[in-house]
Design a protein around this ligand. Structure first.
Ligand code: NAD
Ligand code: ZN
Length: 234
């Protein structure tokens, strides 16, 4: 049990594991996305330049899968926690919208959002795009002539809102990572940044690659453990 107070500023980092119980496969687990596709073929700027259709095929498939997924008790527990702890900062590596579906607001999607697209050439802001569940027959174009791409941080690209993320990390009073393998940078190094300063807690069915940086690991499924993990104190 973790006792926290409304004065606390917990930094919560979630990964693919928090959505696993909602039926969205993790990247590296059994049935993971990467078992059918090679990362370099579908999730990099080079892949986009080489074969835009294949990239859209992959992201249309992921949109389809995520469109029927519903939040699980872990997502709801985090929403409740953020109501009790107004200074909680939620940062997700997930591109699905299950935290939002559960009622969470103001979170950072550091790797982008599956249901948003943007132009690959101009600065037009990303826009909601829930229709592309099937691979488009023709790759949509922007008015500027650029191609419309998924609003996703691909391998080799810089994650979103890192300034806000590091500001929150440096002010946090507790660090909690849930369902993330500790292998994808820069998120894998967040815990090292707070190491020795605050309590750091990992929650997932197996130890992450960066387990030695955590002060404690709770072994189990997020949906089963998270709803009872926190106690609100004075
Ligand atoms: P990952 O696949 O590398 O690791 C998933 C982790 O979740 C593993 O450590 C696994 O042990 C754990 N896990 C599995 N079931 C769990 C459960 N029920 N409860 C808690 N933990 C569980 O994923 P990652 O570390 O998030 O990083 C890889 C990349 O995958 C990220 O860039 C992320 O954007 C992307 N991704 C996102 C989604 C999504 O949006 N839902 C899904 C897959 C991958
Ligand atoms: Zn454009």
């Amino acid at each position: 049990m973790l006792t926290v107070s409304p004065r606390d500023r917990p930094f919560i980092l979630t990964g693919a594991g928090v959505s696993a119980e909602s039926g969205i496969p993790t990247f590296r687990g059994v049935g993971g996305f990467w078992r059918n596709y090679r990362i370099e073929d579908v999730a990099s700027p080079q892949a986009w330049r080489r074969d835009r259709r294949l990239v859209w095929e992959f992201y249309s498939m992921r949109r389809r899968l995520a469109s029927t997924a519903r939040p699980n008790p872990a997502h709801f527990a985090l929403t409740r926690l953020s109501r009790d702890l107004p200074r909680l900062f939620l940062c997700t590596q997930n591109v699905d919208d299950l935290h939002e579906q559960a009622g969470s607001r103001d979170l950072v999607h550091m790797h982008g959002e599956l249901f948003k697209s943007r132009c690959d050439s101009c600065n037009r802001p990303p826009f909601e795009d829930t229709n592309l569940y099937e691979p488009p027959a023709e790759i949509p174009r922007c008015g500027c002539g650029g191609w419309i791409r998924p609003h996703i941080c691909w391998f080799g690209e810089v994650p979103f809102e890192l300034d806000r993320v590091y500001h929150a990390l440096d002010r946090c009073t507790l660090f909690v990572a849930i369902g993330t393998s500790g292998t994808v940078e820069p998120a894998a190094s967040f815990v090292a940044r707070v190491f020795g300063r605050v309590r750091s807690v990992y929650l997932g069915p197996e130890e992450p690659a960066n387990a030695s940086c955590f002060t404690e690991c709770h072994v189990g499924k997020a949906g089963e453990i998270l709803p009872g993990l926190f106690a609100i104190g004075g």
